[in-house]
Design a protein around this ligand. Structure first.
Ligand code: ARG
Ligand code: ZN
Length: 884
């Protein structure tokens, strides 16, 4: 029911029976309620008569009773905002079908029937971007998780695997290219300027992997020869005019195919692999069998329009989707609670791939930073859930950093404990055992256990318990023995008040203070609430390096002398640990400052220690610039907030900015010398030049923090001379935060220069919305009225509002205007695109961790959203849990 069709509110004396019912809570789906499907669909033939505002779909299903099902005569086919126009069973028109809510119910007499259903869709009106929709004049699909039911009635669950045959026909001028999964088996011309194509996918698959694309597209084409010598045609399809920006995507695809053969022994299994870039897309990309559909931002790249970070993101996502062909498609999920089975594993695979393509330590540091910024807050907030959730209302809400990134960390721990070679035996066994089936997380763990010989009995708790374990560490020295005492607690999370201790693998090393070396790394496994580990041969207390390489996704608590952290930041031979020491040094100082616990003397000595360590990093001739850049990054404000039960975001922001300003002045000469040196490095895509570009902007940020005039002068010079997007964007980023005339020059030039390039215009929006300009909120409101702003395009919405929601200066403005802005966005966007709207709720949902004044305003915004009667399931679930 929509607003217009609701009865008017009665004035007073309303009887309960007459009142509009309160918004119904969406039903809760539970993992423990899983039942095998009653009916199977071994084959499906789909016929599409394509049109942008009318597409007619005829679906023919071969329906077979599942011998392992419950024997019911009722065939339940899921639907969502569709109606059956005609239904036949075994060729005879059926009139007594029933609807149960959105689902179609058909009574079947025997064990095997042929069911045909006709539906009519309006793709142009599909603003949710789930199912079949129009984007930029073309048609495309997104079916994961439950989008197929918006196309036709079907048992839309991942454990129903079918062989798909697809026929499509349409106007040849509008849809010159017709693509679906598998191979094209026939094509031809029809009447009145139409044409048609038939596609067949020999691999049985669940409905969420179905895809169709039709439109005017051009391909970058290449071929790949697999390890067994089969030739595969590869295409990256884009809109005409974009083909010059596809080579990096193609190179990344070829590298992924080769890497998966070499690293996991996985070979591609069709003669054709298509990638299509679309500009309206809710997520990053989708691994549909043989026809991956991508958000343009993870396909298009050239030096003039894409930063080095964009290049890395393209490579990572192309790899991710390609790797799903085995971890996701050949072995799929039994139900959506098992999502991490494919996503956690595939994220680990794409992380290892990117590490092999570039710098392993830098990649590791970046991945941990993402985990801490995105997943740790999720794990400590109202939406915390285990990597294998127990219940959900809307599955789209569970495509989270927990399921993806923590899921990858959990599998990485098994790999660390088993060793690379044994781990490979485990994954080989997993693929061999479960190929062609819909599996569970338990199947995966069992295969790793059997293949590696590890005992993972207690380790399974990582799948069922939410919350980031807190490990406290103490090192004692006694005679010649160093003793490491560890304790762990897993914090309570919603629905899980009590937790059991989990096995936590920690890579450690003990450094000799005088030589700056250690005698070898150890892997200790903290298996209970506490553990004690003794190491012999230390005449003096060593310096502990712990959780090296971030071997476990936990928070380590330890009292540390600044001096020890400065030592590790300079000497640790594990690059991650070196980064970590620097993070801890800064974190320790800022947490004390934010808590008001620093007198002037301690503030000065803390800053001095940070200044010394930073100076050593800026000037260390042994460091490569990519790594230097990582070491120079200060902990994010959200990670700082994580360290405190309740905090004042205004104080956190002010303290962190004050430290940046102090560093900018203290190290002014070194930073300017660094900026001069790297500004002279010419553009290339090699690691040294990429390192230089990354540092150039980081140096600029600190210089500008210390001296805005010097920063503006250097930034505009960097902008004017830039011959690539990394330098140009870096300069605009710095200028966007400064109140100076150069700011307007750069922003106007940037907009004019990239007119018509949607991905770069997205950058123009997010650079402004993410800035620490004193009038940033006002600027965001003005940008929302800009001609180029579109509420219907998720990339544009995110470029403005996600940048604003993660910008502490905008979002946490003491007036509450930032909260009101995000609240209003959610209410406006929900009727258009609920999936994207729901992504903005967690920012407001953190209210319990924020000082009382702001917390009340955040909560009030959530309540205002909750009061909207027609809220989507997506937003309803997130808001209810956030208020809970
Ligand atoms: N399986 C896709 C990926 O991670 C994500 C698709 C999620 N789509 C959605 N509408 N929830 O590669
Ligand atoms: Zn994925």
């Amino acid at each position: 029911m929509d607003i217009a069709s609701r009865p008017a509110e009665p004035a007073e004396n309303t009887q309960i029976a007459d009142a509009a019912p309160p918004p119904a809570a969406p039903p809760v789906i539970r993992r423990e309620d899983y039942l095998p499907p009653a009916w199977l669909i071994p084959e499906i033939a789909l016929d599409f008569a394509l049109g942008l505002d009318e597409t007619v779909v005829v679906s023919k299903l071969s329906v077979r009773r599942n011998p392992d099902g419950n024997g019911t005569a009722t065939l339940r086919l899921n639907g969502d905002q569709i109606a059956p126009r005609a239904v036949t069973v075994d060729g005879t028109a059926l009139n007594d079908w029933k609807l149960d809510g959105p689902d179609l119910l058909i009574e079947l007499a025997g064990d095997a029937h042929e069911v045909a259903i006709e539906t009519v869709l309006n793709p142009a009106a599909n603003s949710q971007l789930m199912g079949l929709y129009a984007s930029n004049g073309m048609l495309c699909t997104q079916c994961e998780a439950e989008g197929f039911r918006r196309i036709t009635f079907f048992p839309d669950r991942p454990d129903v695997l079918s062989t798909y045959s697809v026929r499509m026909s349409g106007d040849k001028a509008t849809f010159p290219i017709l693509l679906a999964n598998g191979n094209c088996t026939a094509e031809g011309e029809g009447e009145d300027g139409t044409h048609w194509a038939e596609w067949h996918d020999p691999w049985p698959k669940p409905s969420y992997l179905f895809a169709l694309v039709a439109g005017e597209l051009v391909a970058n084409h290449a071929t790949f020869t697999t390890m067994s010598g089969r030739r595969v045609d590869l295409n990256v399809w884009v809109r005409p005019g974009d083909e010059g920006r596809t080579q990096h995507a193609m190179d990344s695809l070829i590298a992924s195919m080769k890497w998966d053969e070499e690293t996991f022994g996985r070979e591609y299994d069709l003669d054709l692999f298509n990638i299509v870039a679309v500009s309206d897309f809710n997520m990053g990309a989708m691994e549909n069998k043989g026809l991956n559909v991508f958000n343009t931002r993870y396909v298009l790249a050239d030096p003039d329009t894409a930063t080095d970070a964009d290049y890395d993101a393209v490579e990572g996502v192309i790899g991710h989707e390609y790797f799903h062909n085995w971890s996701g498609n050949r072995v799929t999920c039994r139900d959506w609670f098992q999502l991490s089975l494919k996503e956690g594993f595939t994220v680990l695979r794409d992380q290892l791939f990117s590490a092999d393509m570039g710098s392993e330590p830098v990649k590791r540091i970046e991945d941990v930073r993402v985990l801490r910024i995105a997943q740790f807050p999720e794990d400590s907030g109202p939406l915390a859930h285990p990597i294998r959730p127990d219940s959900y209302q809307e599955i789209s809400n569970f495509y989270t950093a927990t399921v993806y990134n923590k899921g990858a960390e959990v599998i990485r721990m098994m790999r660390t404990m088993a060793g690379e070679e044994a781990f490979r035996k485990g994954t080989d066994l997993y693929f061999e055992r479960h190929d062609g089936t819909a599996a569970t997380c338990e199947d995966f763990v069992k295969a790793i256990e059997d293949g590696t010989g590890l005992d993972l009995a207690r380790f399974r708790l990582w799948y069922s318990q939410a919350g980031t374990p807190q490990v406290s560490a103490r090192l004692e020295h006694d005679g010649r023995i160093a003793r490491l005492a560890l304790t762990q607690t897993v914090p309570a999370t919603p629905g899980q008040p009590e937790k059991a201790p989990m096995p936590i693998p920690l890579r450690i090393a003990l450094f000799d203070r005088d030589t700056g070396t250690h005698a070898g790394e150890h892997l200790v496994i903290l298996d209970g609430d506490e553990g004690s580990f003794a190491f012999e041969g230390f005449d003096k207390p060593p310096v502990l390096s712990i959780n090296r390489g971030f071997s476990a996704p936990v928070a380590i608590e330890m009292e540390r002398e600044d001096e020890d952290l400065v030592f590790l930041a300079a000497n640790d031979d594990d690059p991650f640990a070196r980064y970590e020491a620097m993070q801890s040094l800064v974190l320790q100082h800022l947490v004390a400052a934010v808590g008001g616990g620093l007198d002037e003397a301690r503030r000065a000595s803390g800053r001095a220690a940070i200044g010394r360590a930073m100076k050593a990093i800026v000037t260390d001739p042994e460091l490569d610039d990519l790594m230097r850049g990582e070491l120079m990054i200060l902990p994010a404000e959200s990670y700082l907030a994580e360290q405190l039960l309740v905090s004042d975001p205004g104080v956190i922001h002010a303290e962190r900015e004050a430290l940046k300003a102090w560093l900018g002045l203290e190290l002014a000469d070194e930073l300017k010398a660094l900026h001069d040196r790297i500004s002279a490095v010419p553009y290339s895509r090699d690691a040294a030049a990429r390192g230089a570009r990354k540092l150039k902007t980081q140096a600029l940020v600190l210089i500008a923090s210390g001296d805005a005039g010097e920063g503006a002068a250097r930034a505009i010079a960097q902008y004017r001379k830039a011959d690539n997007m990394t330098d140009r964007q870096g300069a605009v980023m710095v200028l966007a935060g400064l109140d100076c005339p150069e700011r307007e020059e750069a922003l106007a030039d940037f907009l004019a220069r990239y007119e018509g390039n949607a991905l770069v215009i997205d950058k123009w929006f997010s650079l402004q919305a993410g800035s620490f300009h004193p009038r940033v909120l006002e600027q965001i409101h003005a940008l929302a009225q800009h001609d180029e702003f579109r509420m219907s395009n998720p990339n544009r919405v995110r470029s403005l509002y996600m940048a604003a929601a993660v910008n502490p200066q905008a979002f946490h403005d003491a007036s509450g205007a930032g909260y009101a802005m995000i609240g209003e966005l959610i209410r406006k966007l929900d009727p258009i695109n609920p999936q994207t709207a729901a992504r903005f709720v967690p920012a407001l949902g953190r209210w319990r961790r924020v000082e009382p004044g702001r917390a009340a305003m955040m909560r009030a915004e959530l309540e205002k959203i909750a009061a909207v009667p027609s809220l989507s399931r997506d937003v309803r679930e997130q808001v209810t849990k956030s208020l809970g």
